[in-house]
Design a protein. Structure first.
Length: 186
């Protein structure tokens, strides 16, 4: 891991560090099972250990990191059963989100979903898998928001980080130039 310095604004620093680490984990820049080296991550993110450790605790609560007593943190390595179980729950939540959103969505929310869809398809055409998956996740979140059910939204947001890692994982092993497949598109 190289020590490339990435500037982060100081407002809600541990949340910003968590966001950056989440992206690194989901996109495979930190491999499943890899130990999170605090010294290297602090250098790379240009932060002290305190916000980094707070961020790691947040990611552990999301199921992206395992905290090992007296040994630090490691990126979660998901089993096939973990992936299947997670997607079973996600399928139910997204089905309910879609059903409620169909009844409650505003014209503005619908326009936003359409705009995101067009952006996502542009990423697909350019073979920009990272952009494609990020926009796909934003579409699903927008539909969930349009369902206007706070309990559903909180439950959905608690499971989506782990699902993002599952959905993104196949792209790390594909050869350059391939496109997203239906099986990995949530």
């Amino acid at each position: 891991m190289t020590a490339e310095i990435i500037e982060i604004s100081r407002l809600a620093l541990h949340d910003q560090v968590a966001s950056r680490l989440r992206t690194m984990l989901v996109e495979g820049h930190i491999a499943p099972g890899a130990k999170l080296n605090e010294r290297e991550l602090c250098l790379q993110l240009n932060v002290s250990r305190t916000p980094l450790r707070e961020a790691i605790k947040l990611l552990a609560a999301e199921g992206l990191v395992d905290l090992l007593p007296n040994r630090g943190a490691v990126a979660v390595k998901l089993t096939e059963a973990d992936v299947l179980n997670t997607f079973e729950v996600l399928a139910m939540l997204e089905g309910m989100s879609g059903e409620l959103a169909a009844k409650r969505i505003t014209d503005e929310e619908l326009a936003e979903v359409r705009a995101l869809h067009y952006e996502m398809m542009a990423c697909f055409s350019r073979r920009d898998l990272s952009g494609y998956y990020r926009l796909n996740a934003r579409i699903h979140t927008a539909i969930n928001d349009a369902a206007a059910n706070p309990v559903l939204s909180n439950t959905y947001r608690s499971i989506t980080p782990a699902c993002s890692r599952c959905a993104f994982a196949p792209t790390r092993t594909r050869r350059s130039g391939s496109t997203p497949s239906r099986s990995t598109n949530r």
